[in-house]
Design a protein around this ligand. Structure first.
Ligand code: CTP
Length: 414
């Protein structure tokens, strides 16, 4: 089972000269993490913002900078450089690079590689707001769109030059998502294997108020649930993510409903039904304060600390699993355990009534809570599958494919 749609893909990254060039380092790191190979071309101006040495340390390859380098031409001609890639990404794409592309100019290695390619080109513009809104740039933008060039961003926001407006380069995570969705469309031209399925995902912690300024919470980052929502959406599912408070951006192609408390999360899930599949990855607080104070609790020196009375929160996974009419046909829960992981997870699956449980070890030594890696066991009615230590992203992709497989097996058995 392939772990990532990017595994084995070859990306030629062209870095233009802008302050956002530093973000290309993060992009390279994320692409490599997912198994892609990256070759990089730096324009002359780009080398003022990011050094070839940093780029080359991350790509694990030499960096290409010079159109007339005899050594480079002998090792890999500039035509092969673009032919050898599955996708060309320009990040940051400066106004100058866009102008060259729109007019077919080829006077340095970057513009020559862009003109010589027959592959898809995806660009992430980055420039001052006035440069972006300039009619000349807007004309180039229209021309490039009509030529089939893909765009990600630019975003609106504060700019390094102190102005505000459109022109900021998209974040590495957004560029990565655009790259993934390109390869996804190539892999599933008619829509993915979950096309036609509606998936509800819960994610993140919940915040249970104590008073207007304090709350009970837990250490969940929401990363795993967000990655799952993105992975099922990429396989073509209509995806609704009900999220507790997190700092994560909305995953592309996913409808996100943000909530605070467990009770709000349950209400949002119920209103998102019917769904074919529910995946409860949220770390829902088990308890809330019986009656949260309307005003901030005050501390009086010498007096005893207030006692908090807790009451149990609704169990969202159990509620969805035990529904009579609207029960999703596949309900998947998570079991975060610190000991006897499989044993506890197996009994949790039975107790809550869900179909599958993804069990993970969250004991402090594993660094799973808030971290990027996860070791999971998938517990189904049929038994147990042990998955290797994987990035949360890869766990999400594997789970999404496993769900798709489950439905295609069910269809085949009909
Ligand atoms: N869950 C839920 N609503 C709750 C509590 C948990 O939907 N109020 C879901 C979680 O999203 C997860 C599963 O139940 O899919 C198990 O969560 P976990 O915290 O491991 O289990 P608990 O039920 O809290 O049991 P315990 O804390 O005793 O291990």
């Amino acid at each position: 089972m392939a772990e990532s749609i990017l595994n084995g893909r070859r990306v030629l990254l062209i870095v233009g000269g802008g302050i956002a060039a530093y973000k290309c380092l993060e992009l390279i790191r994320r692409l490599k993490e997912r198994g892609a190979s990256v070759r990089a071309i730096l324009t002359e101006a780009a080398q003022q913002f990011v050094t070839p040495l940093s780029v080359s340390s991350l790509t694990g390859d030499k960096v290409y900078t010079d159109l007339f380098s005899l050594t480079d031409e002998a090792e890999m001609g500039h035509i092969e450089l673009s032919r050898d890639a599955d996708l060309l990404v320009v990040a940051p794409a400066t106004a100058d690079l866009m102008a060259k592309m729109a007019n077919g100019l080829a006077n340095d290695l970057a513009s020559t590689a862009l003109l010589a390619t027959d592959k898809k080109v995806l660009i992430a513009p980055a420039m001052n707001v006035r440069m972006w809104t300039q009619p000349a740039t807007q004309r180039n933008f229209e021309t490039l769109m009509a030529d089939g060039v893909g765009f990600v961003g630019p975003n609106e926001g504060d700019m390094a030059c102190g102005e505000y407006g459109p022109g900021r380069m998209a974040e590495p995570a957004e560029i990565l998502a655009a790259i993934e969705s390109h390869f996804n469309e190539l892999a599933y031209p008619g829509g993915g294997p979950l096309k036609g399925k509606r998936v509800l995902v819960t994610s993140g912690p919940t915040h249970e108020p104590i008073d207007p300024v304090r709350y009970l919470a837990n250490r969940s980052s929401g990363k795993q649930g967000y990655a799952i929502a993105q992975a099922v959406a990429r396989l073509g599912a209509e995806t609704i993510l009900v999220s507790g408070p997190t700092n994560l951006p909305n995953p592309p192609g996913v409808t996100v409903k943000r909530v605070e408390t467990a009770r709000e999360m349950l209400a949002a899930c119920e209103s998102a039904l019917p769904a074919d599949i529910a995946i409860c990855a949220a770390a829902v607080a088990d308890w809330r304060v019986a009656s949260d104070a309307e005003q901030k609790l005050k501390k009086t020196p010498g007096e005893q600390a207030p006692a908090l009375t807790l009451v149990e929160n609704p169990d969202i996974l159990a509620t969805l699993s035990q529904m009579k009419e609207k029960r999703p046909s596949l309900v998947v829960g998570f079991a975060a355990e610190t000991e006897k992981v499989v044993e506890h997870a197996t009994s949790k699956r039975q107790r809550k009534g869900c179909d599958w449980i993804v069990a993970n070890d969250v004991s402090p030594a594993t660094g799973v809570m808030g971290g990027d890696l996860n070791t999971v066991h998938l517990i189904t009615r049929e038994g147990q599958e042990d998955w290797p230590l994987l990035p949360k992203q890869a766990v999400a992709e594997r789970l999404a494919r496993r769900i798709a497989e489950h439905f295609s097996n069910a269809r085949a058995a009909e």
